[in-house]
Design a protein. Structure first.
Length: 302
């Protein structure tokens, strides 16, 4: 079997190269479903075998439940036969998360992304019960999303191992930034591990990750796929070369909030993106010039 084929296996339940897709809006700030379908098709054509919609990069805090369901349905219609469509369903309200999970399943999502409940800072037992409830809510496979920098609390390795016993909790998106903890969790949980921090894509692959949920995949999916292919084939030097070439892209795209830079870059490429919803704001002219410089230095010409 081609190790890069966009099919589900126990080792790669959501594919290998996934992009956390922005949500395009029209000029007046409404949901742009046509733009979303165009962007989804573009991203899959570029080499993504999975898309995450309604995540942080999709401005999920400022889209309505109805918009979230409409977006899932539109993206599944556009690329669901060619890529895994994973829907963000996590909030800091378990009951609300269950509603979003069921709505995503009804809209045709192939899987769910469940972020650690943010702001509330629940204890580990609360995290365990929250994620278990989401996994019990539908028949869809679930990817946990561990990002303590945003959520305020990590999912401890022991909790990850407990959660991995659930038949529908099959993966983790790791934005913890701790390669030691990742190594132990990968080794002891058996979950499919996805890098959720573009700067650490290659290091996480080296300790057992199977792929990534990327932001820069909006712009450099072919390079991310080449990096992964080089790693899988044992060509360490080539994988390192690609990683180092992309460093200016990783840096530039996160000089400020990633949704802001991604929508700016897509607009410069003439792709559907549209405005941001407050509290996010557009780049200043100076920041736009810096982004252009960073991307050009990394081989992306707008």
């Amino acid at each position: 079997m081609d190790p890069m084929a966009p099919t589900s296996t126990p080792q790669t339940p959501f594919g290998r190269v996934l992009t956390a897709m922005v949500t395009p809006f029209t000029a007046d700030g409404a949901l742009d479903l046509d733009g979303a379908q165009q962007l989804a098709a573009h991203l899959v054509d570029a080499g993504n075998d999975g898309l995450v919609v309604n995540g942080t990069t999709g401005e999920s805090p400022t889209t309505s439940d109805a918009e979230k369901a409409q977006l899932v349905r539109a993206v599944v219609e556009a690329v669901g036969d060619r890529a895994h469509v994973v829907a963000g369903a996590g909030t800091n309200d378990t009951a609300h998360s269950l509603e979003l999970a069921r709505a995503a399943a009804d809209a045709g999502a192939h899987g769910l992304l469940a972020v650690t409940p943010y702001y509330s800072k629940p204890p580990q037992e609360g995290l365990f019960r929250h994620f278990t409830a989401i996994a019990d809510a539908t028949d869809l496979p679930v990817m946990l999303y561990d990002i303590p920098g945003r959520s305020g609390v990590p999912i401890n390795t022991e909790t990850i191992v407990r959660l991995a016993e659930h038949p529908r909790i099959v993966a983790n998106k790791d934005a913890k930034g701790d390669l030691g903890r990742a190594s132990w969790a990968i080794a002891t949980s058996g979950l499919a591990w996805y890098s959720g921090d573009d700067m650490l894509n290659l290091p996480l692959l080296s300790v057992g990750a199977v792929g990534y949920v990327s932001v820069v995949g909006h712009l450099v999916a072919p390079e991310l796929r080449s990096l992964l292919e080089a790693h899988l084939s044992g060509d360490v030097a080539k994988a390192t070369e690609i990683h180092q070439k992309l460093l200016p892209v990783f840096t530039g795209m996160f000089r400020t909030q990633g949704v802001i830079t991604t929508k700016a870059a897509l607009a410069l490429q003439g792709l559907p993106a549209g405005p941001l919803r407050l509290p996010l704001v557009e780049l200043s002219p100076e920041e736009t010039e810096q982004l252009k410089h960073d991307l050009a230095h990394g081989g992306v010409h707008l």
